[in-house]
Design a protein around this ligand. Structure first.
Ligand code: KIV
Length: 339
């Protein structure tokens, strides 16, 4: 099924906005979070149908997810790019599956409204279909992801079909697939030649027929994305794939200026790297100069703090670790209330 193109203009009437939001409300199966309804797959599909672009970012932790969710980012991907930007590897291959489950759960806790998509790392779905199903299921049940993403082509249609039958929403990542870089010799652009472009469109159609709920296309000429949009009825997320895509995704570190190098399709919107460096330098200076700032706690028993006097040590009431952590936490909070 072919999908309508995106709205060109940025402005629209209040009436149009209002009627669209009523439409979205009736489409949504997700509860309202107070900051608007949850970004369910139905809602993302409705946005794509209406020509309303959605914003996606790859991010990997609770705090970042919380800020991005507050900003209204529609979809957060716990990308296997964590292998690069969190763990410091030069490929995505070493991304551990267990860590993906943990990071997905962390992002989920930070994302009240955004759709959370978990990226299946290298070798978590390629070797065996049963293992792939089990792993994808864990990303939903333990990571609480809304969907999973797999780097696939038409040959993976049977696996996508099995996942769909099991109730797992799959986003099919097509075009350039970084998990293939050992084979292709490194970062590449796909679909420059006609035969390659045809194959990408065929992949998209086969994966839609297998039940994929979304497509993500990476590093292709814009014309290839346009052909995929014309040939399928799924929301298409693009990265370095032109403006026609319904959604756009980048790695958050690249967007906010934390990366030393960014791909040509990235235009950072902030310069947080140098700011973080400056903050670090300022802390080094303050510590060296003995001006750490903040507010010091006052002593309740000054005698106990005189030179030579023994410090009062509180024994946790309960030796269990969790209990002692709770006591320490509440003591800190109490001390902050009575400085
Ligand atoms: O892992 C990742 O970050 C990705 C990109 C599409 C952003 O797959």
């Amino acid at each position: 099924m072919a999908r309508r193109g995106l709205k060109g203009g940025l402005h629209e009437s209040d009436a149009a906005r209002c009627s669209r939001s009523v439409y979205f409300h009736s489409m949504s199966t997700g509860h309202d979070t107070g900051r608007g309804p949850r970004m369910t797959i139905r809602r993302l599909r409705a946005m794509a149908d209406e020509g309303e672009r959605f914003a996606c970012l790859a991010c990997y932790d609770f705090t970042t997810a919380r800020w991005l969710d507050r900003a209204g980012v529609h979809l957060l991907l716990v990308g296997d790019s964590a292998a690069n930007v969190v763990l410091g590897y030069d490929t995505t291959h070493p991304m551990p599956f267990e860590l993906t489950v943990w990071l997905t759960a962390a992002v989920r806790r930070g994302a009240e409204r955004a759709h959370v998509m978990a990226d299946m790392p290298f070798m978590s779905y390629q070797a065996d279909d049963a293992e792939a199903l089990h792993n994808a299921g864990r990303l939903l049940s333990e990571g609480r992801a809304d969907s999973v993403k797999l780097e696939v082509d038409a040959s993976h249609a049977p696996l996508v079909e099995k996942m769909t039958r099991a109730g797992i929403p799959v986003c099919a990542h097509i075009g350039t697939r970084p998990q293939q870089w050992a084979l292709s010799g490194g970062p590449t652009v796909s679909g420059r030649r006609r035969v390659e472009a045809d194959r990408i469109v065929e992949d998209a159609v086969a994966l839609e027929q297998a039940g994929a709920v979304m497509l993500l296309i990476e590093a292709v000429p814009p014309g290839v994305s346009e052909r995929v949009i014309a040939a399928t009825g799924l929301p298409l997320i693009g990265i370095g794939a032109g403006d026609a895509c319904h959604g756009q995704i980048l790695v958050v570190n690249d967007l906010v200026g934390l990366s030393d190098w960014v791909p040509r399709f990235v235009e950072p919107v902030a310069d947080l790297g140098p700011r973080l460096e400056e903050a670090g330098r300022e802390w080094v200076r303050r510590v060296a100069e003995g001006r750490i700032g903040g507010r010091a706690y006052t002593s309740l028993d000054s005698a106990s703090l005189e030179p030579g006097a023994e410090r009062v040590q509180k024994t946790p009431r309960n030796p269990e670790k969790e209990e002692s952590v709770r006591v320490v936490m509440s003591e800190h909070q109490e001390a902050d209330r009575n400085p």
